[in-house]
Design a protein around this ligand. Structure first.
Ligand code: DGL
Length: 265
């Protein structure tokens, strides 16, 4: 068990990982967070696993060089391909991804028929499906890429009608509406649309935000965080002002401009 990871690096391609940051902040009071949004290279979801892995390794190196003692990969696309290489490169740094805690969660609570909504990269990796099937072979898993939801979130658009149209488009021909009991938001941008997605599927479907199992895992693994006032600094590879204005929508509070630093990877 790791003692007092005072500085936690949190990484995503853009603002999506803020949904994970928010869940971590609520559970790890007193921790210092370094958030990196790779705005210059977004979206990751349309890129190859090899390219996303290269970007992720660069982002991790930047966070470690700035003092991160542990890492949370708050991006499903990066989590779907880069974790083995990250763990090999940083054997002494605890790393939490968003996929494995979510798989453990859905396998345990009794889901039987799951729809994973994610980026194309995450869907193509089939990591959710493979891990769930391995852990709980009785669970039926469907995977559908809904990449436009990333763009909508980056634009700060929350209109439920648009989200519903986007889902209609991607789910045209999907035959399992009647049987699914769980929808996993397999991209950290998607909880920005949580209310609209819940409305779309109806109250009988459990919608899982991967931020929650990931943050719960962080809390259980890193329990001895000091109870001082925590802090967060943001690093972006492009557009600090655009990042700030969308991030403020995600986090529902202001981010002072001196808390956002433009860096090169
Ligand atoms: N937030 C990221 C994820 O969880 C990806 C969005 C993107 O860059 O395509 O997959």
């Amino acid at each position: 068990m790791v003692q007092s990871p005072l500085t936690i690096g949190v990484f995503d391609s853009g603002v999506g990982g803020l949904t994970v940051l928010r869940a971590l902040q609520a559970r790890l009071l007193g921790a210092q967070f370094l958030y990196l949004g790779d705005m210059a290279r977004l979206p990751y979801g349309t890129k190859s696993a090899q390219v996303v892995t290269t970007y992720t390794l660069k982002a991790a190196a930047a966070l470690v060089s700035k003092g991160a003692q542990s890492l949370v990969i708050a991006c499903s696309t990066a989590s779907s391909c880069a974790i083995p290489e990250l763990e090999a490169l940083y054997p002494h740094i605890p790393i939490i991804d968003v996929i494995t805690p979510t798989v453990a969660h859905v396998s345990m609570y009794g889901a039987r028929d799951i729809l994973i909504l994610a980026t194309q990269g995450t869907v193509s990796s089939h990591l959710y499906k493979n891990l769930i099937t391995k852990t709980a072979p009785h669970i039926c898993v469907h995977e559908v890429a809904t990449p436009l939801l990333v763009g909508l979130a980056e634009e700060g658009w929350r209109d439920p009608h648009i989200v519903s149209q986007v889902l209609d488009h991607y789910l045209e021909g999907f035959k399992h509406f009647d049987t699914i009991d769980t929808v996993v938001l397999g991209c950290t941008h998607f909880p920005f649309h949580l209310d609209a997605i819940k409305l779309y599927f109806g109250s009988h479907v459990n919608v899982v935000d991967t931020a929650i199992p990931a943050a719960e895992k962080a809390r259980s693994q890193w329990p001895s965080v000091m109870l001082d006032e925590g802090s967060t600094h943001y690093y972006v590879t492009d557009s600090p002002e655009r990042f700030r204005s969308t991030a403020e929508l995600f986090l529902s509070h202001e981010i002072p401009s001196d808390q956002v630093t433009l860096i090169n990877l």
